[in-house]
Design a protein around this ligand. Sequence first.
Ligand SMILES: C[S@@+](CC[C@H](N)C(=O)[O-])C[C@H]1O[C@@H](n2cnc3c(N)ncnc32)[C@H](O)[C@@H]1O
Length: 178
Amino acid sequence: MISNPRQVGAVWPTSRRAVNDLLDLGDFSRARTVLEFGVGAGVYTEGILKRLHPDAKLLAFEVDGGMAREVSRRLGDPKLEVITDSAENAEEYLEGSKADIIVSSLPFTTLPESVREDILDLAPRILAPSGSMLVLQYSPAISAGLLRRFATVKQRLSPINIPPALLFACEDPVKGRA
Ligand SMILES: C[S@@+](CC[C@H](N)C(=O)[O-])C[C@H]1O[C@@H](n2cnc3c(N)ncnc32)[C@H](O)[C@@H]1O
């Protein structure tokens, strides 16, 4: 956070309670391809793996190679592939398949605008029609961008976190964007 505040965008890792509140918004029992955007210390990665179907895979994107390696080593799960690359390039790793769930803790409000818009445009394109994108943020600023790309955006608050977290569950990706 100190060396790269705009990339990391948060002082504390998300609380387990807030992670669970976010993951409760998705149906992991039916998901076979799950993507995570912004692995960081791996708090979400660990929570996702606990819910992941034995036949499912988790492709987790993190731009910081050191954090990516550490989480991959610590969790060492064959269903998990931690990829040191930007979430902008996620489509290249899907090999033509679609994602059932995307979980994002990216700091959208502090990322460069072009990166934010590329990732927001990408998400509805790579999601299965019945898929969902689960997003945790600390400000409501992203909600207009989500509403342009998803016909259904549910929002709730997870108060047991510093600061309290806003959770978005985005469904019904709008076809034809980007
Ligand atoms: C707010 S932190 C969340 C970390 C983690 N989920 C946690 O709570 O421990 C955001 C993470 O996203 C990563 N990140 C930033 N831009 C990214 C991008 N374009 N693609 C993938 N990861 C990115 C940062 O390096 C950072 O680790």
